[in-house]
Design a protein around this ligand. Sequence first.
Ligand SMILES: [Zn+2]
Length: 72
Amino acid sequence: MSVMSDPSADSPKPEMESKHDQLRCRTCGAELPADTPGPFCSPRCRMADLGKWFSGDYSISRNIEERDLDED
Ligand SMILES: [Zn+2]
């Protein structure tokens, strides 16, 4: 069984606005292969992103309405 490579695969694709198809690692910004399961290029980057969560980088500052708690 001989599999020949498709010569058309070497032809450059026309530049299209398909940035949504190109996933990038949320931690280091590296381009992710199409078969990468997740927004990170490696488990290390995934853990680094989790670290951001725990350190509070992603914490959303919201105003707490104290009057709701101090209902008299
Ligand atoms: Zn990464």
